[in-house]
Structure formats: C-alpha cells, structure tokens
Design a protein around this ligand. Structure first.
Ligand code: FAD
Length: 420
C-alpha cells in the first residue's frame, strides 16, 4: 500500500520540524515521520544524564508542535528503507509513503570508528533514551559504590571525545562529584570518584580558538577532570578502557562523545554518500542525481556560499529546514530555488557552573567566563521548543546554580542501564 503526500519528511529534529512548520504555514500537505513521538533537544542531553534538567524540558510531543497546522500529519513510525529515485520511504510495518517532494532529515548516529568494544560497552549520548540510560547507570554506580568500604578503589567515569559534547558532559559530571555527591552520599565517596576526558587530538574544543581551549582546559582541571589528550582509545571493555599510549583506566562507565555519522537509512537510498556517510547536497539543499529530494541537517554535508563545509550544528539544521521549505514551496508553485545562505551565529560550550566559552558570529568574537555562561543560557532557552519547556529549564538552572540540588528523578533501575 502506498500513501501519497505533497511532501514527506523523515525526521522530526531541528531540520525536519523547521521545514514542516514553514510548509504547514503555507498550507502545504506534509507527512512528518519520526520513530519517536517527540522532538528532542540534543544540546542538553548531558544535563538530563546528570540530572540538572528533566526529560520533559528537552522534549516536546511532535503532535503538540503541529496541532494547529492542519496540513501537517505526524506519524510515529520508523523508516526502514528509502528509495530516493521513487521518492518513497517504507516503515517497519511495510507501509510505503510517497512524496511529490521527499525530505530526508533523520539526523546522525554515534560513530565508534570500529573501536573494539565501544559499541557494546560505551554509552553514547545522542538521544533521550541514551541520556536516561547513562543517568541511570551513573546513579546505579554511585549506589553500588556507596555500599563498598571507604577503602575500596577509585570510581572512574571515562568520557571519550574532547569536543563540546565531551567537555560539557565531563564538566557536568565533575561538578556533580564536587557538589552533589558529598551531600547526597558522602565526602568519602566523592573523594573516590574521578572523571577522565580522553581525545586523540592534543587539545579540548579543537574547533575553538586557542584562548577558548586554554580557558576550558584550565576550568576542567580545576573542576577535577583528568585530561588524557593526544591519545586515542584503542579498546572499551565492560571494566574499563585502554588508550593508545598503553594506559588502562578501570571504569564501569565509558561515555562516547567521539563522533557522528549519518543514520543507516541513507545507505540503501541510492544516493551517493560522502564524508561521514552524509549526502553532499547541492547549494539549494537538494540531493545530487535525483529531482525533488532534499537532505537536511546532520544527514547532509552542507556548504556555505563560499564552499566551506558547515558543521553538524542545531543552527545549521534549523536554518537548512527553513530554507528547504522556501525552495520546496518554489518547486510546488513553479518558482525558482535559491542557494542556501547560512547566517553564522558562531558556537559555544558550557564548561561548568558560571563558566562557558563562546565565539560569536562569523567574526568569532571570543567570550569566556560568566558572560559566555549567560550567553549560553540565553541561546539555549531561545532554541528550546515550547514556552513551558523554556520556563521550566530556566527554573531548573536557577535551582542548580543557587542550591546545587538535583531535584530531577534519574531512574537508577537496572533496566534503564543495560550495559552495566
Ligand atoms: C549531545 C549533543 C550535544 C549537542 N550540542 C549542540 C549545541 O550545543 N549546539 C548546537 O548547535 N548543536 C549541538 N548539537 C548538534 C545538534 O543537536 C544537531 O546538529 C541537530 O540536532 C541536527 O538536527 P537534525 O534535524 O539534522 O537531526 P536530529 O535532531 O538528530 O533529528 C533527527 C530525527 O530523525 C529521527 N529519526 C532518525 N532515524 C529515523 C528513522 N529511521 N525513522 C524515523 N525517524 C528517524 C530521530 O528520532 C530524530 O527525531 C549537539 C548534538 C549532540 C548529540
């Protein structure tokens, strides 16, 4: 059975939602398919894992986003096959959906770079489920270690990847050890807990300026993070990791923030895959060699007007979604597609309490410390979907900043932490 729509969009992330929202405003008939019934806000997943904010602050039901857009139908189903030439996608139950225009915005998945044991034993941080699983595993680990005698060995958590995700995660775990574990458990347990941050490259935040890197490095060390830079992970086991320089770190929890690749559904789509398994889209965001297929956000290699590759960022995904909606409208009404123009807002990373780095705009105006921290808060509130989510996240951050308590429930049940 094949159902037909004007536009079929796969993926309700930043890109898919932006495209569906703008197409819906124009009354274009859209089918938006996502395997989850909610939109998730990946930049704050590490805060869910460390109990700083709650699940409902970083997620929003897709049906709530589109309930006023009558021309947008939300379908919760997993796409298992894509035929780009035919403009069709097939879901788990075998139903096929065809779009006059097909939009592929299914994001990315962790890239373990064939590191032995990583897929089996490491905790990725790419979805809400990943975040709750990691949070549960950390609570289980603390509960178990609390039952051991004070003289028992170190309790190590290893974070692989010194980019923004790894830095933010390592910083947040270190702050929990410093401020939360002594109060909720004991100072003896906090003294046994250590966070290690590992990366092949010599510095944290490789894409940032040296000034930001130096600031982040100093702050992480001050927070208690042990840095292992310039050495990769060669093996992940259920009891620790081995590094390329021969170091072994015993650890029950290894967080994988080591890289991304495009999701599996692109591999059988008939589209040629480029760097990271992504599709090298044309300047107007359409896929090469077929008509009427767009690839957006993390699933695409997108270039700016000067031909430089854009990074896998929420702002790139969101802007590509909105731009694609304009081009799709042009396709459907006999207009002309325009090449994508990206408004570069720069990038930022939270390093810890009151500490962040930001490089604003195309000129990369550098900020660090409390000012960057405030900018980080402002940008993330603005990006969050939903007024209730924004207000609630602000309340959680204020609570964290002023009291260092963790009022969000993390389920420390073995079922949410199956890798342990
Ligand atoms: C931990 C983390 C922290 C980040 N921090 C920042 C940050 O601070 N700032 C920033 O700008 N960017 C950040 N990013 C990057 C940013 O989140 C991504 O670039 C952005 O989410 C990409 O948007 P997207 O719409 O392409 O994909 P996604 O947001 O990943 O959405 C893809 C959607 O497709 C759905 N999907 C996937 N496969 C299927 C399938 N087979 N069938 C149906 N549905 C499917 C998924 O459920 C998902 O809803 C971060 C990313 C991560 C993982």
């Amino acid at each position: 059975m094949t159902e037909t729509y004007q536009v079929v969009i796969v993926g309700g992330g930043f890109a898919g939602v932006a495209a569906a929202r703008d197409l819906g405003r124009k009354g274009i008939e859209v089918l938006l398919i996502d395997k989850n019934n909610y939109h998730q806000f990946q930049p704050l997943l590490y805060q869910v894992a460390t109990s700083q904010i709650g699940v409902s602050e970083v997620s929003r039901p897709l049906r709530a986003i589109f309930h006023r857009r009558r021309s947008v139908r939300v379908l919760t189903d997993e796409v298992t096959a894509v035929d780009a030439a035919a403009h069709t996608v097939t879901t788990v139950d075998g139903t096929t959906y065809r779009g006059e225009i097909l939009v592929l915005a299914a994001g990315a998945e962790p890239n373990f770079f064939n590191t032995p044991g990583a897929q089996e034993h490491a905790y990725p941080l790419y979805s809400l489920l990943d975040a709750t699983r990691l949070g549960g595993a950390m609570v289980n680990l603390l509960d178990r270690s609390d039952r051991e005698s004070a003289g028992a060995g170190s309790v190590n958590i290893v974070v692989v990847g010194g980019g923004p995700t790894g830095v933010e995660t390592a910083g947040a775990i270190a702050e929990n050890i410093k401020y939360v574990v002594p109060g909720y458990f004991s100072t003896a347990l906090a003294a046994r807990c250590h966070v290690h941050l590992v990366d092949l490259v010599p510095s944290v935040l490789g894409a940032f300026s040296v000034k930001s890197q130096t600031y982040a490095r100093k702050h992480l060390i001050k927070a208690g993070v042990r840095l292992h830079m310039g050495t990769g992970v060669t093996e992940v086991r259920d009891d620790g990791v081995t590094l390329a320089d021969g170091t072994t770190i015993p650890s029950k929890i290894v967080v994988w923030a080591g890289g991304l690749k495009a999701g599996d559904i692109l591999s059988g789509s008939g589209l040629p895959q480029g760097r990271g398994g992504r599709i090298d889209v044309r300047a107007d965001l359409t896929a090469p060699h077929v008509d009427g297929v767009y690839v957006l956000g993390d699933a695409a290699n997108i270039t700016d007007a000067r031909g430089a590759h854009l990074p896998q960022l929420g702002s790139v995904a969101q802007q590509s979604g909105a731009w694609a909606a304009r081009n799709i409208h042009a396709d459907l009404t006999g207009g002309t597609r325009e090449p994508f123009r990206y408004t570069d807002k720069g990038y930022m990373a939270m390093v810890g309490r009151g500490a962040a780095v930001a490089e604003i705009g195309r000129k990369r105006v550098q900020m660090q410390g409390p000012l960057a921290f405030i900018a980080w808060l402002g940008v993330h509130v603005a990006l969050l979907s939903g007024a209730r989510q924004k207000a609630s996240a602000l309340l959680s951050w204020a609570d964290d900043y002023l009291t260092h308590t963790r009022s969000h429930v993390v389920l420390g049940h073995p079922e949410v932490a199956p890798k342990e």
